[in-house]
Design a protein around this ligand. Structure first.
Ligand code: SAH
Ligand code: SF4
Length: 343
């Protein structure tokens, strides 16, 4: 008989209900979750504070379904990229970054992405489906298991648009944050979005104060719609309104991602426009040198001179920014380079 339940798909409450139905005590649910999420014990045999009978019952009824690692690549800078096989054959990638001992997991929320931003390889490769909460959590737990230690931060900057898979992403975040599960602090969790305004509105009211990153990449509607088709659905006026509301409701500063593409969005005028657009939001801008992608050889990284000139304008306009270092480009692990299905 096939198992009825899938461990990573279950919230703590689901476990408590199941154990209640089995006549087990409630705290047993927390024990199992501690084993899985905190200790990365991913087999019931190893859950030594549970009775043999309960372990057997779990073995018969609840599968611990995990993504299967089919490739691990290590970059010159220590960045690791993982290719996972999911149950139905879908392939996704995740990345583990290491900054002086601090580890950040870059996780996928969808297999592919439907939004087709011009500069992104994930978008160029099409969309398969949303990931389940268990598939999202599975990437993180497997990376912790493989690397033998806790990962400090999680960012939803892998494949896909997290706010188009909001329920599963938020459910996964609740479990990561839960004291009885992974207990990862809210400040260590970041959602990056291409600008799904209603999703940003929802995050303004989300009970866990996670961080928000917006992929802006262009400061006016005509240019933004050209390189990010999602802008036609949620144009800048709507988008900025949702960011202002988020800022007011949460008091949080928003990070803005801006990848500089040669001759496309890297002029000093674009920098002035960006500063004006974000006026009053007190954003923190991450300037990312564009990472080249196979599907668009016509798009190139801006020269050092143009990057400097762009940043100089932001400085002059008193906007806080950081020029982000590229990571993992030699193994196609940098922002926008994940494709999953590529062999
Ligand atoms: N869909 C979400 C999160 C995944 S993309 C989003 O778009 O925000 C993660 C980040 O990589 C985003 O900021 C995205 O704009 C950026 N990105 C995509 N392609 C890139 C490229 N070729 N070079 C640099 N950054 C890129
Ligand atoms: Fe999707 Fe983000 Fe890539 Fe755009 S940048 S195609 S939203 S993953």
């Amino acid at each position: 008989m096939e198992n009825v339940y899938d461990a990573l798909e279950m919230t703590l409450n689901d476990w408590q209900i199941l154990f209640g139905n089995w006549g087990e005590q409630k705290f047993r649910a927390s024990q199992v979750c501690q084993w899985i999420y905190a200790k990365k014990e991913l087999t019931y045999d190893g859950m030594t504070n549970l009775s043999k009978t309960l372990r057997e019952k779990l073995y018969d009824n609840v599968t611990i379904n995990l993504p299967v690692m089919i490739r691990q690549q290590v970059s010159r800078d220590g960045t690791r990229k993982y290719l996972w096989h999911l149950n139905d054959g879908a392939k996704i990638e995740s990345v583990l970054l290491n900054h002086g001992g601090h580890k950040t997991a870059c996780i996928s929320s969808q297999a592919g992405c439907p939004l087709k931003c011009a500069f992104c390889e994930t978008g160029a490769n099409g969309f398969t489906r949303n990931l389940t909460r268990g598939e999202i959590l599975g990437q993180f737990l497997m990376m912790e298991k493989i690397n033998g230690g806790n990962i400090n931060n999680i960012v939803f900057m892998g494949m896909g648009e997290p706010l188009l898979n909001e329920d599963n992403v938020l459910s996964a975040i609740r479990s990561l944050n839960d004291k009885n599960m992974r207990s990862l602090g809210a400040r260590h969790i970041t959602i990056s979005t291409s600008g799904i305004a209603p999703g940003i509105e929802d995050l303004s009211d989300f009970e866990i104060p996670i961080r928000l990153s917006l992929s802006l990449h262009a400061p006016n509607d005509s240019l933004r719609s050209k390189i990010m088709p999602v802008n036609k659905q949620y144009p800048l006026q709507k988008l900025i309104a949702s960011l202002r509301r988020y800022r007011e409701r949460t008091g949080e500063r928003i990070t803005i991602e801006y990848a500089l593409i040669d001759g496309v969005n890297d002029s000093p005028e674009c920098a002035y426009e960006t500063a004006a657009l974000l006026d009053g939001l007190e954003p923190y801008i991450n300037i990312i040198p564009f990472n080249p992608i196979p599907s668009r050889p016509d798009l190139r990284r801006s020269s050092q001179g143009r990057i400097k000139a762009f940043c100089a304008v932001l400085g002059e306009m008193k906007i806080e920014y950081e020029l982000r270092k590229e990571r993992g480009t030699d193994i196609m692990a940098a922002c926008g380079q994940l494709a999953g299905a590529r062999d």
